[in-house]
Design a protein around this ligand. Structure first.
Ligand SMILES: C[S@@+](CC[C@H](N)C(=O)[O-])C[C@H]1O[C@@H](n2cnc3c(N)ncnc32)[C@H](O)[C@@H]1O
Length: 405
């Protein structure tokens, strides 16, 4: 039996049966919700890091995690963890991996390197080139041929992470970032990242037992993520491709068994979910994205100016939105945020409102007392995700005109 074939066979048998370590990366501030998601899915040994959560599971769990996790950006499978102090050692460590288990000479690969170490003074791009050379040389030496690099659409993506002297070499099971769910074909001026939107909905504690309104819904991302949570629809069920489908141990039958089992857990919607936007183009885009997500029958989107709106759904209601903010959309911030506070106070009492914004100063113009303030990041912007409890009746809305939130 040729050695390469034997190596792959052994790898397949091992990876099917055994639990292995994985790392799910996420956005700043969502580590806690991601860790909860993982525990609910059945991950073992879940540990929160900074912008990542590590865990253990088997091959089936890797498929389940990619299909289900709402707050993961990608799921990596570490192949090697060791210490390195210079480029020569890095090169040697990379060459010690049996790369034919993961790559063929005629497949393509790409390397993403993140380096934060005083031992490596060159930039991450240089380290990724060095790592690429090590893999290419490995194949050239053993097979007189080497796989090519394809930065945009590789068969296999490899991650090199160096923190101080700690090196982790991982293979990326997701491919394109998991925020690319597959439903958002129409985007507005400033769409929110799907992973961040899902994280916000989960942080709010929304389960589908309350009504949900996004009164400035843009392309509908928050609404779609909320509806998927309410119906228990796996986050990435609409995605066309995961990187693990190119892996040598890919088990298509196992993948579809897991895929179908997750579909069976979808439940019907028991609450009202609706969105408003004052821009007709945004309403059209949100409706298109809802169609893409097969949710158009469950979520209503209306051409409404929030400031002229009234509460039309009753019972427990969560209002959640990312209003326009200075950096991206030009508005009179003070007046706009004051209008938000007035509308919430006058027309939405009895609800809970959540706002995310990077314009932290603008929040003081809302004039309502926040009951929670969670730091998050939207792309490169530091944000606050704040909660307002809009009491009804005798427990009137706490309206604090001059409070600096
Ligand atoms: C930052 S975008 C929301 C992005 C959205 N979360 C998404 O993922 O696409 C803000 C939206 O608020 C809308 N908007 C601004 N003022 C509004 C108002 N008074 N009533 C309703 N919508 C408003 C804008 O048209 C824009 O679509």
């Amino acid at each position: 039996m040729p050695v390469a074939f034997y190596n792959v066979l052994l790898y397949k048998i091992n990876s099917m049966a055994k639990d292995f370590s994985m790392v799910a990366t996420t956005l700043f501030g969502l580590e806690g919700v991601l860790s909860q998601e993982l525990q609910q899915l059945g991950a073992k040994n879940v540990k929160e890091g900074i912008r990542n959560v590590s865990f253990e599971g088997d091959l089936g769990f890797l498929y389940k995690a990619n299909l289900s996790l709402r707050t993961a950006i990608r799921i990596l499978k570490p192949l090697k963890k060791t210490r390195v102090y210079d480029e020569k050692e890095l090169y040697q460590q990379i060459q010690r991996i049996k790369w034919e288990r993961y790559l063929d000479v005629d497949s393509t690969f790409a390397i993403n390197a993140v380096v934060n170490s005083k031992h490596f003074t060159t930039n991450s791009h240089y380290i990724s080139l060095k790592s690429k050379d090590a893999i290419a040389d490995y194949f050239r030496h053993k097979y007189s041929k080497r796989p090519n690099v394809d930065i945009k659409n590789p068969d296999v993506r490899i991650h090199i992470h160096i923190q101080k002297e700690y090196l982790t070499i991982s293979i990326d099971s997701s491919g394109d970032s998991l925020h690319k769910r597959g439903y958002r074909t129409a985007t507005n001026i400033a769409p929110i990242n799907e992973v961040l939107a899902a994280g916000m909905v989960l942080l709010s504690g929304f389960t589908g037992d309350e009504n949900f309104i996004d009164p400035m819904c843009g392309s509908g991302t928050i609404l779609i993520e909320a509806a998927m949570i309410a119906c228990n629809i796996p986050a990435n069920i609409n995605r066309k491709k995961f990187a693990f489908e190119n892996w040598k141990d890919y088990d298509e039958e196992l993948f579809f068994t897991i895929h179908d089992a997750l579909l069976k857990r979808i439940k019907s919607l028991h609450c009202k979910i609706m969105g408003f936007d004052k821009a007709p183009s945004a309403v059209r885009k949100a409706k298109q994205n809802l169609i893409n997500a097969n949710l158009e029958e469950f979520v209503g989107v209306h051409h409404v100016n929030f400031f002229n709106s009234k509460k039309e759904v009753f019972g427990n209601t969560i209002i959640m939105f990312n209003p326009p903010y200075g950096e991206r959309l030009s508005i009179n911030t003070e007046e706009f945020y004051k209008n938000i506070g007035d509308t919430l106070k006058n027309h939405y009492s009895g609800s809970v409102a959540w706002i995310i914004t990077s314009d932290i100063q603008a929040l003081k113009h809302v004039g309502l007392r926040t009951s929670k303030r969670i730091p998050l990041r939207n792309a490169s912007l530091d944000c606050r995700f704040v909660k307002y409890e809009l009491y009804e009746g005798t427990r009137k809305a706490k309206y604090l005109n001059n409070e600096l939130n």
